[in-house]
Design a protein around this ligand. Structure first.
Ligand SMILES: Nc1ncnc2c1ncn2[C@@H]1O[C@H](COP(=O)(O)OP(=O)(O)O)[C@@H](O)[C@H]1O
Ligand SMILES: [Mg+2]
Length: 377
């Protein structure tokens, strides 16, 4: 059997570039080389695609010696194109650089987890690992995500969505709207971002206006939410049409909430696996995680994050991450390990699910011929 050629893509233009490199290093070291030939594809901070030996190292050290590469949106080429752009731009020479059977994007956040890359891969008819365009973008947009959860009667903390324009022009009106959501503390966050960037806990009105202005630096739309006195519970989900949920895990943030500093700087937030929960709460979290994934029509994987109210014991869905952190010590693979799927087998399963989803997509007929016009032929 010929080996499957897997393009592992990492880096990217988001603030989570460095996290992506860490996730990719783990994946590259654990993909079974007996089954797969690996093509490393790096994306620089500026958005250039590069291939060649040691791309990961090159991205970290900003070294040269790697080749630029392109993916065409035209279907069927199943590969990356290399090009030489020396001299006159009219004289660019293209050549097929690397054939790829399936792409494994391990890009977190903007332009990787939000459906934009997935759109390009759909156009190119390239099989890929993980969620499609819609689930990726809904998973990324905290506003639409919460609207959808409400439509499915999946519990989310009360929230309101406001525009940057309103924050700039009518702060008083926005504050009034925010204070109608719930009593303080409130959380403010940009609708489309991750890693807790721009997320604030607001204990009073002056925190609130600061939080709103800060979140508005990162996005046109800002979410205001009831602040929950919460334990943070996470569940990994795996599968396409019949997703399975892992055991839940718990994050113990090193600060007041799971902020950027707490995630990446302090290095002292702890994960407890499995989360110490009653069997009933465990099942509730698992059922909700699966319902969330079905609601957004997810595929492959997602990590669904919850806020477990310490006061009422209510379980609220916070968000779904369609490309969760993937280092050996990240919650997503750790939870599967605890549930009985070791890391290398998890990667096999994700690749298999990517091919299955692609096979399902190509079954769709792309043109329509009505019975009457077919009869004329
Ligand atoms: N409504 C809320 N109540 C309590 N804590 C929250 C709330 N929303 C967010 N947080 C805290 O902020 C962190 C980051 O917010 P989150 O919505 O998960 O954004 P990100 O996508 O950046 O991870 C959460 O892990 C949690 O610690
Ligand atoms: Mg989060």
């Amino acid at each position: 059997m010929p080996k499957v050629r897997v393009g592992v893509m990492f880096g990217g233009r988001s603030g989570e570039h460095e996290v992506s490199l860490m996730s990719a290093a783990s994946i590259l070291s654990r993909l079974d080389r007996g089954k797969y030939d690996i093509v490393e594809i790096g994306i620089t901070h500026q958005g250039q695609w590069i291939v060649g030996e040691g791309v990961l190292a090159a991205l970290k050290q900003r070294a040269s010696g790697v080749r630029r590469a392109l993916l065409f949106p035209e279907p069927g080429s199943r590969g990356l194109w290399g090009y030489e752009a020396a001299g006159d731009p009219k004289d660019i020479v293209l050549h097929l650089a690397d054939r790829i059977d399936i792409l494994f994007p391990i890009l977190h956040g903007t332009f990787g987890e939000d459906g934009t890359l997935q759109g390009l891969l759909e156009l190119a008819e390239m099989p890929y690992v993980g969620a499609g365009v819609l689930a990726s973008s809904v998973g990324m947009d905290k506003g639409l995500f919460k609207d959808l959860m409400r439509a499915y009667s999946i519990p989310v903390p009360e929230y309101a969505l406001v525009l940057r324009r309103d924050i700039e022009r009518d702060m008083q009106g926005v504050v009034r709207k925010a204070e109608a959501v719930a009593p303080y503390p409130l959380f403010t966050k940009p609708a489309n971002l991750g890693s807790s960037v721009g997320v604030s806990r607001c204990a009073n009105r002056s925190d609130l206006s600061e939080g709103l202005l800060d979140a508005a630096r990162y996005d046109r739309r800002v979410l205001i939410e009831r602040g929950i006195n919460a334990r943070e519970i996470e569940v990994s989900v795996l599968g396409n049409d019949d997703p399975r949920a892992s055991l839940p895990g718990e994050v113990i943030p090193s600060r007041e909430f799971y902020s950027y500093e707490s995630k990446y700087i302090d290095d002292s937030s702890r994960l407890i696996i499995p989360a110490p929960l009653t069997p009933e709460k465990t099942r509730e979290a698992q059922d909700l995680a699966v319902r969330v994934c079905k609601a957004i029509d997810c595929a492959g994987m997602a990590r669904v994050d919850f806020l477990l109210d310490r006061d009422s014991q209510a379980l609220w869905v916070n968000e779904a991450n369609t490309l969760p952190g993937f280092t050996q010590i990240s919650m997503y693979p750790k939870l599967w390990e605890a549930t009985g799927i070791p890391y290398p087998q998890l990667l096999d399963k994700l690749i298999e699910l990517g091919f299955q989803r692609h096979a399902e997509n190509v079954r769709n007929e792309r043109s329509y011929e009505s019975a009457s016009s077919a009869a004329k032929h």
